[in-house]
Ligand binder design. Structure first.
Ligand code: GLU
Length: 521
């Protein structure tokens, strides 16, 4: 098996799925997995993309047995290092007469193409140079005339077996004699891929179905080289929700995008496996890597396009997030919080400025992650969920349309005033040491004195403490708020007492508006 990416950009979901299916098939059948870098397009290939590809594949949880980073029995594994091999085999084909020299200039070929277009027929190379006597052709080339090498397409239909598509046949009439080596000596994709797959003893070629139409030329090449034709499996295109080919327009499409937003590799791997494949008999969707190796079957891959469903990926991600220890999210969450400005000194975005975090911060921050991570789709959503801990805003809480109903309930004023005076007088709350037990005792007193219970009691209190009437349990939240207020953070976290105080002040300002001194308007 091989995965043969071109290092011309980021690794996208389509290619990652191709890599995964190859890997699953290899691991399942005890085969060898080869990573081959197809960098014959020198203008668009870049080393940084190759490094990124390798990093992305490893992050996803894939590995290989041979490759540019590992070596192996068929070195080198980068096409740009294999040019001699391609030229050697091209000379062989030329000598054996299955390939020929072509002297057609670009202008002549362009004219042929235009003529075909005008006559509304497919543009197929006329085969003009096929008839040139090989000896004469050699002499012309030796005399300095520019010549490409073309393969002679045989006079019979080109047939191959595809595990996904069944038997596929192309009439030789519709296949041009392909150029294998350009006149500048550079080999062409359809040719190098066959030389490499042949020499590297690849038995199964799994790749995107954009290569389906290239396959007859490749089959003709195997035939000319006298090499066995591998089994093919062409995977369907991946579409966006609008049934258009998946592209940047649809949002995140590269593996790096998903990693950066806090999608876990096991979730992405599980999701990619379901793009075009489903297990036999059943609707099961959650598969660990080991289970995929066991259950996956190429025969059950569908030829119809797969639609990328972001919500399903997030659903899987939620599942896998809950299975990880919270410490796994520490670093990524920290960088998201810094970026969101929650952990940086006032007025600084945090980028560049080194962040001084006090002793005890890690334990505290892990508690925040533990509290909130079960409710997010992806790690990048944590700062927004945690914002109320860092940015308590009493005025916003009072003005929020969402809170309006609760604030107008008949008992709300009584709850607010009782809770406020009790908290402001409580010694533990004043020093930022309110415990969940003490908090509960205070709430019980408010309950008894105001004669309210349930949400009529809790919703107003929640608004005072968090700014919103819904949110995580107080038992876990109170210690986080209190501990946060005692840590020397770049931006002070308000204690429960400070929140209640700010709320009372904002409420007073709201109910007794200041007399406007602005007489000009
Ligand atoms: N380098 C080709 C691509 O990235 C791979 C083609 C193949 O797998 O044969 O599309």
């Amino acid at each position: 098996m091989r995965f043969a990416p071109s290092p011309t950009g980021q690794l996208h979901v389509g290619n990652a799925r191709t890599a995964l299916f190859n890997w699953l098939f290899a691991r399942q059948n005890g085969g060898s997995m080869v990573l081959r870098i197809e960098d014959t397009d020198i203008e668009r290939s870049e080393v940084r993309f190759e490094d990124q590809l390798i990093a992305d594949l490893k992050w996803l949880g894939l590995d290989w047995d041979e490759g540019p980073d590992l070596g192996g029995p068929y070195v080198p594994y980068r096409q740009s290092d294999r040019l001699d091999l391609y030229r050697e085999q091209a000379r062989r084909l030329l000598n054996e007469g299955t390939a020929y020299l072509c002297f057609c200039t670009e202008e002549e070929l362009q004219k042929e193409r235009e003529r075909a277009q005008a006559e509304h027929r497919q543009s197929i190379y006329s085969g003009k140079c096929r008839a040139i006597d090989p000896e004469q052709a050699k002499r012309r080339k030796a005399a300095g005339e520019a010549a490409a090498i073309r393969l002679r397409i045989p006079e019979h239909p080109l047939r191959f077996h595809d595990i996904v598509h069944g038997t596929v046949e192309f009439s030789n009439e519709v296949v041009s004699d392909p150029i294998i080596l350009r006149s500048n000596g550079m080999p062409v994709y359809n040719y190098v891929v066959v030389i490499d797959d042949g020499l590297m003893k690849i038995t199964h070629v799994i790749r995107g179905d954009d290569h389906l139409s290239n396959t007859p030329k490749q089959v003709a090449l195997y035939e000319a080289l006298g090499w066995p034709v591998p089994e093919f499996a062409h995977l369907s295109t991946i579409l966006g929700g609008d049934r258009e080919r998946l592209s940047k327009r649809h949002g995140a499409t590269s593996i790096a995008n998903f990693r950066e937003m806090g999608v876990l590799p096991e979730a992405l791997m599980n999701y990619l496996a379901l793009l075009g494949w489903a297990p036999s008999g059943g609707t099961r969707e959650i598969f660990s890597k080991e289970e995929l190796v066991k259950e996956f079957s190429l025969e059950r891959v569908t030829p119809s396009p797969a639609v990328f469903d972001m919500e399903k990926l997030y659903w899987l991600n939620r599942h896998y997030i809950k299975k990880r220890p919270v410490a796994d999210f520490y670093n990524q969450a920290l960088s998201f919080f810094v970026r969101a400005g929650l952990l940086s000194p006032e007025g600084e975005s945090g980028r560049g400025a080194s962040l001084m975090l006090p002793a005890g911060f890690r334990e505290w921050f892990l508690k925040i992650i533990e509290l909130l991570v079960p409710s997010v789709d992806r790690v990048e959503q944590l700062p927004e969920r945690a914002s109320f801990i860092f940015n308590y805003d009493a005025n916003a809480a009072l003005a929020a349309p969402d809170n309006a109903e609760v604030l107008n309930w008949p008992h709300t004023d009584a709850v607010i005033s009782r809770f406020t005076s009790k908290i402001l007088e409580d010694e533990s709350a004043k020093s930022g040491h309110l415990t969940p037990e003490r908090f509960k005792a205070i709430v019980n007193e408010v309950e008894a004195e105001s004669g309210t219970k349930g949400k009529e009691l809790f919703h107003p209190i929640r608004i005072m403490v968090t700014g919103s009437h819904s949110g995580p349990e107080f038992d876990k939240l109170i210690p986080i708020i209190e501990e946060g207020s005692r840590l020397q953070l770049p931006k002070h976290v308000l204690s429960v007492c400070e929140r209640v105080q700010a709320f009372a002040k904002a409420l007073a300002n709201k109910t007794e508006p200041r007399i406007s001194t602005n007489q000009h308007a």
